[in-house]
Structure formats: C-alpha cells, structure tokens
Ligand binder design. Structure first.
Ligand SMILES: NC(=O)c1ccc[n+]([C@@H]2O[C@H](COP(=O)([O-])OP(=O)(O)OC[C@H]3O[C@@H](n4cnc5c(N)ncnc54)[C@H](OP(=O)(O)O)[C@@H]3O)[C@@H](O)[C@H]2O)c1
Length: 211
C-alpha cells in the first residue's frame, strides 16, 4: 500500500525508512524538495518525491504529517480537501524552542496536540496520533526487535483509523497498542507517561489497561 509522508526531517525520515523496509510504497514531500530527494535516494525504488504536499496524497491510502507543531495547521489547510476518507497519522509533539533555546510546551497544560489537530481536520479525515512517542534514533533501533517486538502506542477515536494505523505500525516493525481515544493522546506526548517507552506487549497492556 502507499503512504504519503509530508515532512522528511528527523522523524519523517525514520518513519519513512521503517515503513519502506516493511514493504510500504511512499510518496514524500518537504518544505523544499532537498530533504525529500535525499531520503528518496536512500530508500530507493519504494519512494518517490512528490511535486508538493497535495501531490503527495495522489494515490496514497494514508498520510503521515511529520511536521513541527507550528507547521501543522498551515499544511492541513493546504491539503484539507484531500483528507476526507483518509487516515491522517500525526507524530507531532506540541513543543518548540523559546528565545533562549529552551524547549517549551506550545499548548496549555491539559490540552493535547491530538485534540487540537482533530479540530483542524475536515470531517471524514480519520486521525491517529502515532509514531511520536520515540526519538527518531530509538524508532529505528527498536524496530523489528527480536525475540519480542517493541510496542508503539497510538491514540485514535475511530475504529477504522485504529485498524489502519495498526497496519502501519506493524509494517514499521512494531506491535501496536492503543492508549485510548484522541482525548488520551497527551499520554503519548513529551511529558506523557507513555512517551519514550520501549516495552513489550505485556507491559504495554498493563500500562494501558488493555484500552
Ligand atoms: N525528531 C525526533 O526524534 C522526534 C521524535 C518524535 C516526535 N517528533 C515530533 O515530530 C515533529 C517533527 O519533528 P522533526 O524533528 O522531524 O522536525 P524537523 O527535522 O525539523 O523536520 C520537519 C520537516 O517538516 C518539513 N516542513 C516544514 N514545513 C513544511 C511545509 N509547509 N510543507 C511540507 N513540509 C514542511 C521540513 O521540510 P525541509 O526538510 O524542507 O526543511 C522538514 O522535512 C515535531 O512535532 C516533533 O515534536 C520528533
């Protein structure tokens, strides 16, 4: 199947490489095409560089928006007309840097990026918050772990979004575990109790109560 990856920086590149190694076909785009081209050259035949963000969605079953939180709304507005009926996967954490270079949260305490992004999406888009719990390095080193696969947590309201993101998580070499609906997605973010965890299925289930 085909997934569009919009944003080919640190986490977008790691996600794209893992999906490609599991057999997914990719359509890549970035702010300018340089990073997407570099990544496509690395991945090989499974990846093509799209002519832009809207073009990335042509023929794609799902889209991963691997963007900094501050870039998300603009890109969603740009591609909104193409999102109805598609899985939208968002790994973004609501953090940025202040003038002194310190990491700061961009949303009020208690408000998750999942809730904010859900309100930005058009009706009919199926949101899953996923692939943002591990650093890019950890995502690559923990994928296809043996003998017991590592878990990637996700949050989704819609059952179909859950099934679709579970397929992508397995394709990327992880075992999917649902943390809950989008209202629980704060658990996945920087500062959330499930963020940064590399655990197996039994521990993940005990942490989520089998959500
Ligand atoms: N880095 C990690 O280890 C990690 C782990 C988990 C979650 N996250 C989260 O993932 C998000 C992305 O982080 P990152 O570290 O991957 O950021 P990054 O390295 O800065 O990459 C951001 C990507 O977004 C692209 N971009 C910016 N504006 C765009 C636009 N209008 N249209 C298309 N592409 C656009 C950039 O394009 P160019 O390449 O052309 O500049 C770049 O490829 C953040 O919210 C972060 O919290 C990151």
């Amino acid at each position: 199947m085909t997934t569009a990856v919009i944003g080919t920086g640190a986490i977008g590149s790691a996600i794209a490489r893992q999906l490609a190694s599991g057999g997914e076909t990719l359509r890549l785009s970035s702010a300018d095409t340089a990073s997407a081209r570099t990544l496509a050259a690395q991945i090989g035949r499974a990846a093509v560089v799209a002519a832009g963000n809207r073009d990335a969605l042509q023929g794609a079953d799902a889209v991963v928006l691997a963007l900094r939180f501050t870039a998300l709304k603009g890109v969603i507005d740009e591609i909104a007309g193409l999102l109805t009926g598609r899985l939208v996967v968002v790994p973004s954490n609501p953090v940025g840097l202040d003038a002194q270079g310190n990491v700061v949260r961009l949303l009020p305490e208690g408000q998750s990026s999942g809730e904010v992004v859900a309100a930005w999406l058009p009706a009919g888009a199926r949101l899953a918050m996923a692939f943002g719990t591990l650093s890019a390095d950890l995502l690559e080193s923990a994928s296809n772990r043996s003998p017991e696969p590592a878990v990637l947590f996700y949050a989704a309201d819609d059952d179909r979004a859950g099934e679709e993101v579970e397929r992508l998580i397995r394709t990327a070499g992880f075992e999917p575990v649902k943390a809950g609906g989008i209202e629980r997605s704060g658990r996945l973010e920087v500062g959330g109790d499930l963020h940064g965890l590399v655990v197996g299925l039994a521990q993940a289930r005990s942490l989520t109560g089998g959500a």
